[in-house]
Design a protein around this ligand. Structure first.
Ligand code: SAM
Length: 239
């Protein structure tokens, strides 16, 4: 945890913040923080700054907060991802938030198992929890929206054209295609398939909607690694 995140309502008007649970435990056990220590903090969807630790006990910590800066800019990247299995979804949500993806669309695909749509990981609170873990790592505060699209065709025909409009849209799909650019230059939509890959019909629909097929090379990467490899190309835009 490189940034202790809190909700606006948790902090008093004069900047006092009391945390319990995982955050207090982290301060005590991992950071071994003591009264007088200065910590990096951020208000969810708000500014970042520092806080002085005023008191700490086995159950809670009290901090005096001063928010001074805006959160780091997001990557100009929208991720469109075929819904992966729940265990991988948790890791990908964390990764996408950590890299600074601006928006995440989880879509259906022929090779997405139907049961994946029933997972509790898709509950709003669970999604938020994993996104927050990524934000804490990257010292960001702004939770990227996660949108669920349970039907492939209506998404590709009715929603994707608007998402893509005015942007570069790259479909990562193994096969004979140019390599994905080493650095993303523009506002980009990245489309990544399911563990079994998009079927030809889906790849054709995505291309017809305006995506450009790119390869990540001869090695077939796991979905989570393909996502990280693609998002990493967006970091250059900010550098
Ligand atoms: N057998 C599947 C196929 O041929 O599409 C492999 C799917 S791969 C495990 C999961 C997703 O990661 C793919 O749909 C694609 O979006 C992305 N991916 C992984 N390796 C890739 C590569 N070398 N080039 C392009 N995309 C890749």
């Amino acid at each position: 945890m490189n940034l202790l995140l809190f909700k606006a309502g948790e902090c008093t008007a004069d900047g006092q913040l009391r945390v319990t649970g995982r955050r207090a435990q982290h301060l005590r056990q991992v950071l071994q923080a003591k009264p007088g220590d200065t910590l990096q903090v951020g208000q969810i969807d708000g500014r970042v700054g520092t806080a002085e630790l005023m008191a700490i006990d086995p159950h809670s910590a009290t901090l005096q907060v001063s928010l001074t800066h805006t959160a780091p800019a997001k990557l100009p990247v929208t991720l469109v991802l075929a819904l992966p299995r729940p265990k991988m979804l948790r890791r990908i949500l964390r990764t996408a938030a950590e890299f600074g993806a601006r928006e995440i669309h989880l879509i259906n695909s022929y090779r997405v198992e139907k049961s994946y749509w029933q997972t509790p990981v898709l509950g709003a609170a669970v999604i938020e929890d994993y996104l927050l873990q990524g934000l804490e790592q990257a010292r960001d505060t702004v939770i990227p929206p996660v949108l669920l699209h349970r039907r492939f065709k209506p998404f590709v025909e009715d929603r994707l054209p608007d998402i893509i409009a005015g942007r570069c849209a790259l479909l990562a799909h193994p096969g004979i295609a140019p390599l994905a650019p080493a650095e993303l230059q523009d506002d980009t939509v990245l489309v990544v398939g399911p563990e079994g890959g998009f079927i030809p019909y889906e790849a054709e629909k995505l291309l017809a909607a305006g995506c450009r097929q790119v390869s990540l090379g001869d090695r077939i990467l796991r979905v989570e690694n393909a996502v990280a490899a693609l998002l990493a190309r967006g970091l250059q835009v900010q550098a």
